[in-house]
Design a protein around this ligand. Sequence first.
Ligand SMILES: *[C@@H]1O[C@H](CO)[C@@H](O)[C@H](O)[C@H]1NC(C)=O
Ligand SMILES: *[C@@H]1O[C@H](CO)[C@@H](O)[C@H](O)[C@H]1NC(C)=O
Ligand SMILES: *[C@@H]1O[C@H](CO)[C@@H](O)[C@H](O)[C@H]1NC(C)=O
Length: 252
Amino acid sequence: MKLMFTPHLFHLLLLCATQTLGVRIQSASEVSIEGVIQTELERTVSLLCLSDSSSETEPDEELVWLRNGVMVSLMEENKKSPSRVCVTPVIQEDDGATFTCHLSSNASNSASVTLNVTYHPPLMGLEELVVEEESVLVLQCDILANPQVSSVVWTVNGSTVDLLASGFMLTNDGVTSQLIANSVVKSLHKGNYSCLTYSPLYGEQRKLFSVTVTDKVIKFPLMPIIAGVVVVCLTAILAVASRWSKITKCCK
Ligand SMILES: *[C@@H]1O[C@H](CO)[C@@H](O)[C@H](O)[C@H]1NC(C)=O
Ligand SMILES: *[C@@H]1O[C@H](CO)[C@@H](O)[C@H](O)[C@H]1NC(C)=O
Ligand SMILES: *[C@@H]1O[C@H](CO)[C@@H](O)[C@H](O)[C@H]1NC(C)=O
């Protein structure tokens, strides 16, 4: 009953609103009562701004479109009602973007809609990592999503990572989740990892990692050798120099 009634009420409100405000936005996508359009990545959102010619405003008046308060450049023939803007393809940055249309002569005659772009974390595929023993290992997953993911689970060889036993540190700032080991140990860290997220709207997303640990390579100690060579050379030069003064002396 309530569901049947609400659209009618909204329609009446809209009619009232157009008479006082002079412009309104129409879209092929459904616009909620709060002025929100639900959409997804890669989709197209087409918006139409109509100035209400029956109001006191000039029917030929030019219209202006703003995206988050910044003017959208329009083709000359698109400046009069009905003026169309098209968001295609919809990207992550369009989430929360507000599109406003108003008469160029009077900004208080305006109408707005806001996009709610839903998406899951961009997790997929397999990343192969080769790390040396005792080095730092960082496994990273992008977890940004709308709506937010409800969980992030890290597994190794199919079981949940035991942070304490494996010496891993887990960080999550809402944008990325990282599993960090500051000093890799082959027996603890070699294996097949995955990060698994759960989105209330899109379900599970997962990224796999294969971690191979190699033996620590003894680095050739270049600096001490250079220092040694320099010292030897200097000593030789000094020795020759002092010998030279003796040689020249006895030649006199
Ligand atoms: C702009 O529109 C508002 C609302 O319709 C109206 O009250 C106001 O007088 C208009 N201002 C101008 C400069 O026309
Ligand atoms: C956007 O849509 C999602 C999924 O329907 C919903 O959970 C969320 O509350 C909406 N956000 C806004 C700002 O409307
Ligand atoms: C995971 O499995 C591989 C292959 O069986 C094994 O070598 C490795 O040690 C395991 N890793 C962990 C952390 O259990």
